[in-house]
Design a protein around this ligand. Structure first.
Ligand SMILES: Cc1ncc(COP(=O)(O)O)c(C=O)c1O
Length: 387
């Protein structure tokens, strides 16, 4: 192959390697570097969930399985949603996916034709934008503003970016990297505006439970009617310490269930049944786990908050949700190069703000879902590097 450009779609050839990977690849296996670049905790999946997977394997759950998920898991998720938000959710509205990311990709496959656009509120985790690009669609950013009250959104600006080729508005709340939570009134306003124009709302709520001042962040599910053009993306990764399992789910109108079942067939042909059985256990017995994850993140937020508050060059508001410190550094030009230098010169791995769109320039993201001792060590190094 050397020297030859393989004949593949230009859109695929042009996909940028995620900037977070560009930084982490510098020192992935270097034990001297404290890695806070990825969005995951350092807590391994607890035994009660692992045992359920092992039991399901031993019981022979090794075959092709239901496209939209095993009935037990769909029922457990419908029950979980109902109990958490007090909204009736039928099993037909749940489709299990092989990760939140796969859910996002399937939704874009379902909605986006070449030339269509999706309006995306950012700065935001970059993969939704890439999923739109893979479909030959146009991702259109609308920027949150960072001011004295933290991050805020202008819903009218979102709607002004929509045109006749807009298929969806993508909102990630609680947000990665900002921790921004969309207020209920804005969710209602956006749903109403999108309903009037036949535009979907794709709500990425994978951080719904990583929230510090209440049990769950406001969900679009609480603001919507069951038939609204709303798809909520969710995941087992963050709240149940299961990033490596690749398990998620969609909540959607009943009317699109068959299309999603088809897309499962042509993408993964179904999420492994033994993993799904373990996920039932996670959902049903996992509330203490979720609470302990939040507590650990709260401690991490405190450690990093103290460190950043003492640095005059840093502008930072501790978030009420998700597990990231997203902070501005005065005088930093080019956050990608800066993050690369921090790896070599300070021994701390952070994500550059531009990984989350041009609106993120001037910022760095640090994941604080880590042991307090690790974060104390990282804080010392950062204090020296950002003085
Ligand atoms: C905002 C957001 N959405 C979706 C995901 C995907 O999660 P997963 O594919 O691990 O389920 C992530 C992971 O970092 C995320 O930050």
């Amino acid at each position: 192959m050397s020297g030859l450009r393989p004949p593949i779609r230009a859109r695929i050839r042009d996909l940028e390697t995620q900037q977070i990977l560009q930084v982490s690849q510098l020192a992935l296996d270097d034990p001297k570097v404290i890695p806070l670049w990825y969005g995951e905790s350092d807590v391994p999946t607890p035994d009660f969930i692992n045992r359920a997977a092992a039991g399901a394997l031993a019981a022979g759950n090794t075959f092709y399985t239901h496209k939209q998920g095993i009935p037990e898991l769909r029922a457990a998720l419908a029950g979980y949603t109902g109990a958490l938000y007090g909204v009736e959710t039928s099993v037909e509205r749940i489709t299990v996916t092989s990760s939140g990311m796969t859910g996002i990709m399937m939704v874009m496959q379902m909605l986006v034709d070449a030339g269509d656009n999706v309006v995306i509120v950012g700065p935001v985790w970059p993969n939704a934008r890439s999923a739109v690009e893979i479909m030959d669609g146009e991702p259109r950013g609308v920027a949150l503003r960072f001011g004295n009250e933290g991050w805020t959104l202008d819903v009218e600006e979102v709607m002004a970016r929509c045109d006749e080729r807009t298929r969806a508005v993508f909102v990630n709340s609680p947000g990665n990297p900002t921790g921004w939570m969309m207020p209920r009134a804005q969710q209602q306003a956006l749903l109403a505006a999108c309903r009037a124009r036949g535009i979907w709302v794709i709500a990425d709520e994978v951080y719904a439970r990583i929230v510090y001042d209440r049990r769950a962040a406001p969900s679009f599910l609480e603001a919507a009617d069951p038939d609204d053009l709303l798809i909520v993306i969710n995941s087992f990764s963050k709240s149940w310490a299961m990033t490596g399992w690749r398990l998620g789910w969609l909540t959607h109108p009943v009317a699109v269930g068959n299309y999603l079942a088809n897309l499962v067939e042509f993408n993964t042909s179904g999420t492994p049944a033994f993993l799904q059985h373990a996920a039932v256990t996670a959902v049903q017995d996992g509330e203490p786990l979720v609470a302990s994850m939040v507590e650990r993140c709260r401690q991490g937020r405190d450690v990093i908050g103290r460190c950043l508050a003492a640095l005059p060059r840093v502008r930072y508001t501790p978030p009420d949700a998700a597990f990231y410190a997203f902070f501005a550094v005065e005088g930093m030009t080019g956050s990608l190069d800066f993050a690369k230098r921090l790896v070599h010169e300070a021994g701390v791995g952070l994500a550059p703000g531009t990984a989350f769109g041009p609106e993120g320039e001037g910022f760095l993201r640090l994941c604080f879902a880590r042991a307090p001792e690790t974060l104390e060590a990282a804080a010392d190094r950062l204090a020296r590097a950002l003085r």
